[in-house]
Ligand binder design. Sequence first.
Ligand SMILES: [Zn+2]
Length: 79
Amino acid sequence: MSRILIVIVIFIVIYLLLKYYRKQMPKKDVLGEDTSKHRENMVRCAHCGVHLPKGESIMVDHKHYCSEVHRHAHTDEPE
Ligand SMILES: [Zn+2]
C-alpha cells in the first residue's frame, strides 16, 4: 500500500511543477507585446514636411501642421 501512496505523491508533485511552470511561460509573451505597443502615431506637417507626434500637431481639414504659423502659411496659399 505504501508504494501506491509514494506513486500518487510523485504524480501530484509532477502535476504541481507543470502547473507552476505553465504559469511562468505566458509572462514572457506579455513583455514582448508591451515593447511593440509603445509607438505613438507620427504625422507629417503639410507645410514644411517635419514629422511630429499626432498629439502635438494642429489638424485642419484632415491635414496636420507642426505649428500655428505653418497652418496660417499653408491655408493662406492658393492651391
Ligand atoms: Zn511645419
